[in-house]
Design a protein around this ligand. Structure first.
Ligand code: ATP
Length: 241
């Protein structure tokens, strides 16, 4: 069953077109990793999916229903939740308070505080700590936990490994891998680390200058094809090199 389809999405920042006619569709439980160089349009696309940035053209359809015109709160209620780039927790509030805000504003479901603490076991001793006192990895775990507490059908994770230590990256992906195995949640993950993206994704979508440069299963492409798409190198240029 198609859970989410994005049809010809175009997003602008003033005169700059950051997302140029992006289309893809995801089945329930599929994991898509979005890759691409700095400034390719990944964050703008994620914000558009979450309802935080308007589409200048195109449609976003969730479970057969056009949600293009809905803002972030309405999309959260329909089942799209995002953990944004920079993790954006409320810095003065404790981890528990940050998590409970999401639980209170999201949908009811299997993801309770206890389940989040079981998935990200480093969070339990930190519950009463202000978010500003967390390490990067702890902040990432709390931000993903917060998104999970909204009980989404579609979980959007922007820049999962950015700024984290290798051990923290491994911890976050271990937890995400367990969620992936349940096939209960569709995930779209922006990941700058190509190896992490290729290991985790069912499908990858590479964005170059706002447009889809390559899309498919990681095994469909050679590493060189993916790197070329990532850096916006066209076939002729790579043959000339
Ligand atoms: P990064 O990996 O650096 O975060 P990205 O792939 O997520 O990059 P976006 O942040 O979506 O890319 O940016 C896409 C384009 O839109 C870039 O050219 C960027 O400079 C521009 N842009 C992003 N946000 C704004 C904004 N608020 N105002 C104006 N231009 C913006």
């Amino acid at each position: 069953m198609t859970r989410l389809s994005v049809e010809g999405a175009v997003c602008r920042h003033g005169l700059l077109t950051a997302v140029r006619g992006v289309s893809f569709a995801l089945e329930a439980g599929e994991v898509l990793c979005v890759i691409g160089a700095n400034g390719a349009g990944k964050t703008t696309l994620m914000r558009a999916l979450a309802g935080a940035h308007p589409l200048a053209a195109g449609r976003i359809v969730l479970d057969g229903e056009d949600v293009t015109g809905l803002g972030t709160h309405a999309r959260l209620r329909r089942g799209i939740a995002m953990s944004p780039e920079g993790r954006r927790l409320f810095p003065d509030m404790t981890v528990r308070e940050n998590l409970m805000i999401a639980a209170e504003n999201g949908r009811a479901g299997d993801w309770t505080l206890d389940r989040v603490l079981a998935a990200f076991d480093q969070l339990e001793p930190l519950l009463d700590r202000p978010a500003e006192k967390l390490s990067g990895g702890q902040r990432q775990a709390a931000a993903i936990g917060r998104a999970l507490l909204a009980n989404p059908d579609v979980l959007l994770l922007d820049e999962v490994s950015l700024g984290l230590s290798p051990a923290a990256v491994e911890g976050v992906y271990r937890a995400l891998g367990e969620i992936k195995e349940t096939r209960a949640m569709t995930m779209i993950v922006v990941e700058q680390d190509l190896t992490c993206a290729l290991n985790f994704a069912d499908r990858i979508l590479c964005v170059t200058e706002g447009a889809v440069a390559l899309e498919g299963r990681p095994d469909d492409f050679t590493r060189a094809e993916i790197s070329n798409a990532y850096f916006g190198i066209h076939e002729k240029e790579s043959a000339d090199a």
